[in-house]
Design a binder for this molecule. Structure first.
Ligand code: PAF
Length: 224
């Protein structure tokens, strides 16, 4: 698998593919890959000739009190998994490759209405950080298709809106959530849950599933 750290190298490879008429599907991630991410990669493989994955824990989307330094980083295992999936190009930039001025980013992408509700209430600058880094990554890779998980549904809606508002020539595809046996959505952050929190997360899912079945019995039992 081709692994690159620098944006200009990734852009050069992708531009060359584009010249050769190859289509590109892109899966941006923050690593600590699990079956949910690999499903996104599968979807990308079905939809384009070349698949690019990025692993970058984006400091701009974490508030000071959040888990940026604790976010699980498992690059060696991630590389092995992606190599098994025959990913064409893996982009693993260092922070200084994405934010050369030491996070002194003066231009941001904001999708204000959608970003200030739901999770945006408790994480006021989170979606601005997500939209800004995804925009940068899109500019580097210039994909035809980008695949995001429906697990982060608000993020998916915001990215779709950004692409539409800014006339980006990219099709954004949402892929279904992969769940653990107890119903909890697979997530890199599940490692932070203690057994009580894990039980509560599972109960929340079961409760939502029951409520959904009561309200719309004809549809399948997954709340999302
Ligand atoms: O969903 C994620 O892993 C991140 O928010 C993303 C889209 C890779 C941007 O950093």
């Amino acid at each position: 698998m081709n692994i690159q750290e620098h944006a200009h190298d990734v852009s050069a490879i992708c531009r060359q593919w584009c010249k050769e008429g190859e289509t590109i599907a892109f899966v941006p991630t923050m690593g600590n890959l699990h079956a949910g991410h690999l499903r996104l990669v599968d979807k990308a493989k079905q939809r384009a000739d070349k698949v690019v994955v990025s692993i970058f824990v984006n400091p701009l989307q974490f508030a000071k009190n959040e888990d940026y330094s604790m976010y699980p980083r498992t690059i060696d295992q991630d590389c092995e998994k992606l190599a098994d999936y025959a990913v064409d190009l893996l982009f693993v930039p260092e922070t200084k490759n994405i934010y050369p001025d030491d996070l002194d980013q003066t231009t941001f992408i904001d999708v204000p209405t959608l970003s200030s509700i739901l999770c945006g209430v408790s994480r006021p600058k989170h979606f601005r950080g997500v939209a800004t880094v995804v925009n940068k990554l899109f500019n580097i890779v210039q994909p035809n298709i980008a695949v995001f998980g429906k697990k982060d549904f608000q993020q998916l809606v915001i990215i779709k809106r950004m692409v539409e508002d800014l006339n980006m020539p990219i099709t954004v595809v949402g892929e279904d959530t992969v769940r653990e046996e107890d119903g909890v959505a697979m997530s890199s952050r599940n490692v932070h849950l203690n057994s009580e929190e894990r039980k509560r997360a599972s109960t929340l899912y079961q409760s939502l599933s029951i409520a959904k079945n009561e309200l719309c019995p004809a549809r399948n039992s997954s709340p999302i």
